[in-house]
Write a protein that binds this ligand. Structure first.
Ligand code: GDP
Ligand code: GDP
Length: 435
């Protein structure tokens, strides 16, 4: 289970600067070449061998500078709900601001680990000015300079030492973990209720566990799934507004703990930017994806409706369009088990293993028919292909000049891989390496 670290604080204290420092730059490079836009507010980091997610919650709040108390309250409450640890950033050059007191007050009243981080401590002189922040009543403080990186190592040592890495292992291995995600009101809890039955007590109470169980086992109609964060979906949202970061942040934990996600959208609204954020978070985490267009009963349909609807979605999620799309109505109980069927297929495909000989025979023929274009008179030769032993499909193409493989050629290869081996609903990763 990957821990989530949220950065909170009022505008201009340096949250996004710190975020960028914590999130690996390697990640940015990999993602740009694979067509995933880099999310400026959500990323992964690794420290002392522990991988974790970082969220700049402030980044999701619009209207930056003249932020209101209510906005910051939302931001902080969300971080409290969704993160495992919280970095509360303040700015030494500005001193204590009334909004800092507001945030400190919210953070003192909850139990998750909070790290008070005094930013912009670029030199020793500023280090003398940090003690005023003890008045926020949060105990120990960490001095950092997000711009030059000083102090961040000590901070991360403390943060990861506190991470809870224990994994809930009460369920047998090999059961698909399925998360239903999407914006508020699309029908997620209705779907869960329809599947589980309203009156059934679905909260598995495991002796000795202190927190809510993350998974609920669903075992009917021939399906066996662990539904992720079912209780969280059923619990009605405290935040009513359809704020952008809200559904995205709520989805992050569920996605990270799933193998496959049902990304549910409302047929009346179509596929919007928040749906895209969720889609990309699943994509970059290599999770299987099924898109479920719910409330299909509310749409006036003709024979082209599903086709047009699908095309509109594919336009938005391109270039990764090899994704199943299903039209459901939870109220009419239409195609709900079909959604589980698709999820099961995607789950099984995700662990596909292709033998090296098959991979090389099939793909070398494609490559021979359309070799990578020569660069500066140099020929590029792909010598050998092999699958990596990972939880999701990832392949290495060994070649003489990997740096000359361009995104269009990579896409060509991906399309051929998808044509020959069924990866519908699965983000795949192709690496070109020198040999
Ligand atoms: P956010 O609104 O909290 O995300 O703040 P930003 O990360 O956008 O930073 C606000 C301003 O503070 C920018 O001009 C940054 O360059 C500056 N800044 C951030 N961190 C530091 C730091 O460690 N030292 C100094 N001197 N400036 C910083
Ligand atoms: P959640 O916030 O995503 O969990 O959404 P809910 O399950 O609470 O559903 C929000 C509203 O949409 C409720 O009033 C549901 O009854 C309604 N709803 C859910 N599914 C459907 C559907 O397939 N068709 C129609 N017409 N309404 C639906």
């Amino acid at each position: 289970m990957r821990n989530i670290l949220a950065i909170v604080g009022r505008p201009n204290v340096g949250k996004s600067t710190l975020f960028n420092r914590l999130v690996e730059s390697r990640q940015a490079i990999v993602e740009e070449s694979s067509g995933v836009t880099r999310d400026r507010h959500y990323g992964t980091s690794i420290w002392n061998g522990k991988e974790f997610s970082v969220i700049d919650t402030g980044g999701y709040v619009k209207g930056s500078d003249d932020i209101f108390e209510g906005e910051i309250r939302k931001q902080v409450n969300l971080a409290i709900d969704e993160a495992d640890s919280i970095l509360f950033l303040v700015d030494v050059s500005a001193g204590i601001h009334p909004l800092d007191e507001e945030v400190a007050d919210l953070l003192r009243r909850q139990k998750k680990p909070v790290y008070l981080v005094v930013n912009k401590v670029d030199n020793t002189k500023r280090s003398f000015e940090t003690s005023e922040f003890y008045a926020l009543g949060l105990g120990e403080l960490f001095e950092v300079s997000s711009i030059n990186g000083s102090g961040t190592g000590d901070l991360l040592d403390a943060v990861v030492a506190n991470f809870d890495t224990e994994f809930e292992s009460i369920y047998p291995e090999g059961i698909a973990k399925l998360a239903v995600v999407g914006r508020p009101n699309v029908g997620k809890s209705s779907l869960i209720n329809a599947l589980m039955g309203e009156e059934r007590n679905i909260v598995t109470d495991i002796a000795g566990t202190t927190r809510d169980s993350l998974y609920t086992r669903y075992n009917s109609f021939g399906f066996d799934f662990l539904l992720v964060d079912t209780a969280g979906i059923r619990k009605k949202a405290k935040v009513k507004e359809n704020v952008e970061f809200y559904s995205t942040m709520r989805s992050i934990r569920a996605i990270e703990n799933a193998d496959v996600i049902l990304l549910m959208i409302d047929a009346q609204n179509g596929f919007e930017s928040q749906d895209m954020s969720i889609f990309q978070i699943a994509q970059r985490n290599h999770k299987g994806i099924v898109i479920v267009v719910n409330k299909w009963d509310t749409i006036e349909k003709d024979t082209h409706s599903t086709k047009q609807f699908k095309e509109a979605i594919y336009d938005k999620i391109a270039p990764f369009t090899d994704v199943p799309i299903l039209f459901t109505s939870v109220v009419n109980k239409q195609r709900l088990l079909r959604a589980l069927d698709l999820a099961k297929d995607v789950y099984e495909r995700r662990s596909t293993r292709i033998t090296t000989s098959k991979l090389n025979t099939i793909m070398q023929e494609e490559i021979e028919n359309y070799p990578p274009p020569a660069v500066k008179g140099k020929y590029i030769k792909i010598k050998y292909i092999t699958q990596l032993p990972l939880a999701y499909p990832a392949f290495v193409f060994f070649c003489n000049l990997p740096q000359y493989i361009r995104p269009p050629y990579k896409r060509f290869i991906e399309n051929k891989m998808r044509k020959h081996f069924n990866f519908t609903g699965i983000p795949i990763e192709l690496y070109f390496r020198g040999k």
